[in-house]
Design a protein around this ligand. Structure first.
Ligand code: PAF
Length: 280
């Protein structure tokens, strides 16, 4: 596997591979790789001739500087994981390589990017669209792979791809969970042992909420009260939305796809955990 740090080198490499008719899969990441990322890389390796994995901690999508500061950085072990998965390229550019000058582009796709995470983390999805669009321009991939764990992110990226007319297939891959049900996330390494014990309650309660036969409003209230009753967990929001547009709905029959998206603060630091469940 090659580790490439500059855009020119990456484009020179990809140009040669493309000229030989090879297909390109892109897996955008911010590093701190875990089994969830590995599953995306393995899928790209199986479906493309060349897999490029970008490792770039994108500053423009962090609205909280402390969150950026404490985000785990593990380039060496990330490269070991990528080698094992069979990726051809780890693209690990510097911030100045990607943003030689500030990126002033504005992306706006309401309600998809303005609800839930969009409402609580101003500028977050704009930053995601900035970096993902740059990566698409640099690599011109046939397919790009994203984890469904960040459900809203995929919906926003699909809108961006449609709007900017990128010719790329967005492949959404299922959430990979620990055996106790906790959704894998780079942020999980920041959890203490105690916090790791209580965090799996989030998915347990989400799953149970599917079995109760309640209305949307009742389900929302039930999930929030059950999670908040656990010491060390506090729900920031729980929204049951149209699974495609992410618009709020108030009746199960209002959309063909219905998803519940949750963000929970866990522990004293606290660590912000995101999860979701599909109702239909
Ligand atoms: O999901 C992530 O890790 C990031 O938001 C992404 C898509 C790599 C963009 O920085």
């Amino acid at each position: 596997m090659q580790v490439i740090n500059t855009i020119t080198q990456l484009q020179d490499y990809l140009q040669k591979e493309r000229a030989e008719g090879k297909s390109i899969g892109l897996v955008p990441t911010m590093g701190a790789l875990h089994e969830g990322h590995a599953s995306l890389v393995r899928r790209s390796v199986a479906e493309n001739d060349i897999t490029v994995v970008s490792i770039f901690l994108n500053p423009t999508q962090f609205n909280d500087p402390k969150d950026l500061e404490r985000y785990p950085r593990t380039l060496e072990s990330d490269c070991t994981i990528l080698e094992k998965c069979g990726a051809q390229v780890a693209f690990a550019p510097s911030v100045s390589e990607i943003y030689p000058k500030p990126d002033t582009r504005q992306f706006s796709y309401p309600p998809t990017d303005s609800v839930m995470e969009g409402a609580r983390r101003p500028g977050h999805f704009n930053g995601v669209c900035q970096i993902v669009s740059k990566l698409f321009q640099m690599t011109d991939p046939d397919r790009a792979y994203f984890g469904e764990k960040d459900y809203q992110q995929i919906a926003v990226i699909r809108r961006m791809v449609e709007d900017q007319k990128f010719k790329v297939d967005i492949i959404a891959c299922p959430v990979i969970r620990e055996v106790d049900g906790l959704a894998m996330s780079s942020r999980n390494t920041l959890l203490s042992l105690e916090e790791k014990e209580i965090a799996p309650n989030i998915y347990r309660i989400l799953k149970e909420s599917k079995t109760l036969g309640l209305t949307i409003e009742e389900t929302q209230k039930w999930v929030v009260s059950q999670i908040n009753a656990i010491e060390g967990l506090e729900v920031e929001y729980y929204s049951i939305v149209d699974g495609d547009t992410l618009a709020d709905i108030n009746d199960w029959s209002q959309a063909s796809s219905v998803v519940g998206c949750i963000t929970v603060y866990c522990g004293k630091t606290p660590i912000r955990l995101i999860d979701h469940i599909r109702y239909k």
